[in-house]
Design a binder for this molecule. Structure first.
Ligand code: APR
Ligand code: PHB
Length: 394
């Protein structure tokens, strides 16, 4: 088989890249280890920046997002038992975010790919990448007991944190930066109306909590738990009881409980790999970086990597220019480090760190007091939360 771009991974990064390339008349094949249903079964975050909404529109898959997504112009920060609103819209000169689940984004991208008759090879085993330092890279995989090979011009490593592309790069050619937090997020999805019409990020002495949503009838809640905890230790009732204890009196009163549709614990990690280009192979999305979910940046960063990568590849074929390709890694990394900083800072501010003792809690509360009562403080949170423009710093 031969294609122009072999994309490894059919998560949001790989699917969006495939769609943007297709719109520009560039041929790509996606190779994915799992089945399509498995990919769609993963529950991930759900806040889209304006830049991401624009990219989904550009890819021709924004219709359902506009119809069903919820536009949010602010969120609440809760500490010392009181809620304070961050008015994103006012503080950023009119910007908002869109609450629309990553699962839905993936669904829309998959449907568009299928409708366009584009090739995705699901349940590919033993995927490996070869000769990406040459002009003739190759991807090999096994399916139904047979070995297949794809010849291509470029390989796009959109295969997530545990993927094969980054792992194939010799250690001396890559630098990895990592911080693992000593706690995780226990997430619960339920068909209950959200406790509040906007998100609530809660700092409490019992640990962080987040009240999020997928629609007017579906809620997504998270609790900070020690990494040693197990999801089996949490009955639905125990989850609701603990969430109530981390909320303010009004929210506690309004909380509607019900059975969990899903419960899982996710670790929190900050991770960046540098560079993101190795000859004719590029990394994009979770394959190159992870942010703790507090800042809601994971999917948005993946989308902007993919925009930069698709533009670079389009420039290569249409304008015979290598400028975008040569600039890809530096361009992505500048934006990534800005989002890494914000996500690390917001995580440090909102979570309980027992090792910091009572003074740690007091200092967090003083910083939160500053943020919600200072226009400058609040604006700093707001402008990072809604995200940087695509061409920032250029
Ligand atoms: N071969 C083929 N496919 C692979 C391989 C492999 N060796 N390893 C992993 N994959 C697939 C995974 O099964 C997954 O479907 O690559 C895909 C990677 O998808 P994601 O992990 O979703 O990563 P990405 O597409 O970069 O999405 C960005 O945004 O909200 C965040 O972390 C969240 O997943 C999200 C991310
Ligand atoms: C979610 O809805 O899953 C969500 C929202 C905001 C975050 C993280 C996760 O910061």
């Amino acid at each position: 088989m031969r294609t122009q771009v072999a994309i490894i991974g059919a998560g949001p990064s790989g699917l969006l890249l495939g769609q943007l390339l297709h719109k520009a008349g560039i041929d790509a094949i996606i190779v994915e280890r799992q089945s399509g249903d498995y990919v769609l079964g993963r529950i991930r975050a759900g806040v889209l920046e304006q830049v991401t909404m624009d990219l989904l529109d550009e890819a021709g898959v924004g219709q359902r997002m506009h119809a069903e997504g919820l536009v949010h112009g602010g969120f609440d920060m809760l500490f010392k038992g009181e809620r304070h609103r961050i008015d994103l819209n006012r503080l950023t000169g009119g910007k908002n975010v869109m609450v629309y689940g990553q699962t839905e984004v993936t669904h829309d991208l998959m449907d568009a790919r299928q409708a366009a008759g584009l090739t995705t090879i699901y349940e590919a085993n033993q995927v490996s990448v070869h000769d990406y330092d040459s002009a003739k890279p190759r991807v090999r995989y096994e399916k139904n007991g047979q070995t297949h090979e794809i010849e291509c011009d470029f390989i796009a490593g959109c295969d997530g944190f545990h993927g094969v592309c980054r792992a194939s790069v010799p250690k001396r050619a890559i630098t990895e930066f990592e911080k693992i937090y000593p706690f995780g997020w226990l997430g619960m999805l339920s068909d209950t109306p959200p406790v509040h019409h906007e998100l609530i990020y809660a700092n409490s002495t019992r640990g962080f909590a987040l009240c999020s949503q997928r629609s007017h009838t579906r809620s997504r809640y998270y609790l900070q738990v020690p990494m040693t905890d197990k999801v089996e230790n949490w009955s639905d009732a125990a989850f609701w009881d603990e969430l109530r204890l981390r909320l303010d009196p009004a929210a506690r009163e309004q909380l509607v409980t019900g059975p969990a549709l899903e419960k899982s614990i996710a670790p929190l990690r900050s991770f960046v790999a540098e560079p993101m280009r190795f000859g004719q192979m590029f990394l994009a999305g979770d394959a190159a970086h992870i942010v703790p979910p507090t800042g809601a940046k994971g999917l948005n960063l993946a989308a902007t990597d993919v925009k930069y990568l698709s533009s670079a590849i389009i420039e290569h074929y249409q304008d015979k220019s290598e400028a975008g390709i040569n600039h890809y890694s530096a361009r992505c990394l500048r934006r990534i480090w800005r989002a890494e900083r914000f996500s690390w800072w917001f995580t440090s501010l909102m979570h309980n760190f027992p090792e910091n003792g009572p003074i740690g809690q007091k200092l967090q509360e003083a910083e939160l007091d500053y943020i919600v009562n200072s226009d400058v403080g609040a604006r700093s949170v707001a402008e990072n939360y809604v995200g940087l423009p695509l061409n920032f710093g250029e």
